[in-house]
Design a protein around this ligand. Structure first.
Ligand code: ATP
Length: 221
């Protein structure tokens, strides 16, 4: 099915424990490069594939809200937190799809480190019927390395899906993969939490509103 010029909306899922400039910078660049109408930040309730978040869902939501509040392209979506329990992207995206209808193309934004683990996601092959993937480069996962790091199974599934221009994303309904060559910022939530636990500053790794919120609420100590 094709429909040239369909609007693109992005979904950016993550634990955001806490959100940092690595997230915000790739989000900013992807919105502009891909031409997303909006990018929805969806903090996970309980992620299935990793350890439990350190901060409570309410704190993580509040930190995201503060960090994105001045950017009109960014929207906070609390559905995974409100749903409670383990978060599955497939459930979240099905809901978005129902709300937006067929005229919108959904793009799921994620880092390359997350993308190479796709076969561990619930009903992963079905995801290609629901949205396009926008995969961001990340230190250790450069443009040339990403494809080499894929398992045989994932490489085969992806082989006919790579696109190098964003126009294709507007034409096809779903199932394409675009690698966004974003600025490499070697920042992770793990390193931010470690900095705070060690009493080191995280200024300029996260927005100043986030720094203030974290210290006022004594998070990650
Ligand atoms: P943690 O260190 O706790 O594992 P994280 O920093 O990877 O967390 P997440 O909330 O798990 O942050 O990430 C959400 C999404 O953002 C994932 O798809 C991840 O790959 C991506 N991402 C996180 N940090 C970066 C970064 N610095 N550059 C590019 N992508 C990133």
């Amino acid at each position: 099915m094709s429909n040239s010029g369909a609007p693109l909306v992005g979904i950016f899922g993550g634990t955001f424990d806490p959100i940092h400039y690595g997230h915000l910078r790739i989000a900013e660049e992807i919105v502009k490069t891909v031409g997303l109408q909006k990018l929805y930040f969806v903090p996970a309730g309980m992620p299935r594939l990793r350890h439990s978040p350190v901060a409570s869902p309410q704190h993580r939501v509040e930190i995201v809200r503060l960090a994105i509040q001045k950017n009109p392209d960014f929207v906070l979506d609390e559905r995974e937190i409100n749903r409670g329990g383990v978060s599955y992207s497939i459930d979240t995206v099905r809901e978005f799809k129902q709300e937006f209808g067929e005229e919108i193309r959904l793009c799921f934004v994620l880092g390359a480190d997350a993308f190479i683990n796709l076969p561990e996601w619930k009903n992963w092959k079905e995801l290609f019927n629901l949205f396009h993937f926008i995969v961001s480069t990340r230190p250790g996962y450069t443009l040339t390395l990403i494809k080499e790091l894929l398992s045989k199974e994932l490489r085969e599934e992806c082989s006919q899906r790579w696109v190098s221009n964003t126009e294709s994303l507007r034409k096809d309904t779903s199932g394409l993969i675009f690698i966004a060559s974003t600025t490499m910022l070697d920042i992770s939530a793990t390193s931010i939490r470690a900095h705070i636990a060690d009493g080191r500053s995280v200024r300029h790794l996260v927005p100043s509103v986030t720094v203030n919120y974290i210290s006022e609420n004594k998070l990650y100590l």
